[in-house]
Write a protein that binds this ligand. Structure first.
Ligand code: PHE
Length: 333
């Protein structure tokens, strides 16, 4: 039957057509299903010319081909639509807006304080340096002039990591002084922020990790007067220009002479409050780092970031800074 073999040829042709663009899909639809000149539409129109006994078989075959063609067009349209959607950015202007949650995504008060400290020293010409939290005895103690039997090396204060006590969690940021002098040489003017760890009881005023900012300035002719000037500028920037300061003689194995600095302001309750330790770099450090001690002098200081944040904001319990209570986060958000 020649009409049926025509249908076979049409079937094969349809199967060979690719519907991979919107244009190809539309051309396919017009070619086979178009109301005026579609190939299948034409054949449907010619059905009445066939002998009655052939009509049923040809009609069934035509219907199957039409369904097949419609399915291919629908499938191609769906695939092309999906591809077009995927190529567009996920922007839905009809979505309802999101309500901002107060305090959400804000910076922690400790981070704010640390950033402020670094900003103040940045304006005074200090670059930022960093060192590892996992330290060796050499950088944390020996190179900083701690005698072998110094109590700070004791289990009481230090979290040792290695059995032989050669590796530890740094107890202060002062090892960064040694690391930067070795790595960069002098002259040098840096602040080194970071976490430090001490094996202490957790109370309202002590925690077993906290943050320090170390300062180090080494050059020719650096004096204690330079140290006082820079710390006064710092205290005024952080606590207001009417802040009072005093330097109390103290001791650190890595500075000579050494001092602790207290501040006083009426806003802080009208009492002396210790904020940092400092001094002139002990020449023993220069011996460990290859700096010419005849030519250079320097000063160093170290402060606790938690303490400064607590003083500035009247926070009376250091544990609050580590609990992530949403009320504290919102208060300083
Ligand atoms: N590293 C000392 C401490 O943790 C602070 C300090 C730093 C003192 C630099 C003097 C100079 O207490």
């Amino acid at each position: 039957m020649s009409l049926l073999s025509d249908l076979d040829a049409l079937d094969a042709q349809m199967a060979a057509d690719a519907l991979d663009t919107p244009e190809a899909a539309e051309a396919f639809r017009v070619r086979y299903l178009g109301r005026k000149a579609g190939a299948l539409t034409d054949l449907f129109k010619r059905l009445p010319e066939l002998p009655a006994e052939d009509r049923r078989a040809v009609g069934a075959r035509l219907n199957a081909l039409r369904e097949q063609a419609e399915a291919r067009v629908a499938e191609a349209e769906a695939a092309l639509n999906a591809a077009e959607k995927a190529a567009q950015p996920g922007l839905d202007l009809s979505l309802p807006g999101r309500r901002p949650v107060p305090g959400a995504g804000s910076r922690h008060v400790l981070t704010q304080t640390l950033d402020e400290i670094l900003r103040v020293f940045g304006r005074l010409g200090f670059a930022v340096a960093e060192g590892p939290e996992l330290e060796t005895d050499f950088f944390n103690f020996t190179a900083l002039g701690f005698p072998p039997d110094h109590p700070a090396r004791d289990m009481q204060d230090t979290f040792f990591v290695a059995e032989d006590k050669s590796l530890l969690l740094r107890t202060h940021t002062s090892p960064v002084q040694i690391r930067t002098m070795i790595a960069d040489g002098v002259p040098l003017r840096i602040v080194a922020p970071g976490r430090v760890y001490r094996n202490e009881d957790i109370t309202y005023k002590s925690y077993n990790l906290f943050h320090q900012v170390e300062g180090l300035y080494v050059d020719e002719g650096v004096t204690f007067a330079d140290l006082k000037a820079v710390l006064r500028l710092f205290a005024e920037a952080m606590f207001g220009s009417d802040v009072k300061m005093r330097f109390r003689p103290s001791f650190f194995p890595f500075t000579e002479p050494s001092a602790e600095v207290d501040i006083w302001s009426d806003a802080l309750g009208g009492r002396w409050l210790e904020i940092l330790g400092c001094g002139m770099v002990d020449p023993v450090l220069f011996a460990h780092t290859g700096v010419d001690a005849e030519r250079y002098t320097g000063y160093a200081f170290g402060m606790g970031v938690e303490r400064i944040a607590m003083l500035r904001h009247g926070i009376e319990d250091i544990r609050l800074l580590y609990e992530n209570d949403v009320r504290l986060l919102e208060q300083f958000g």
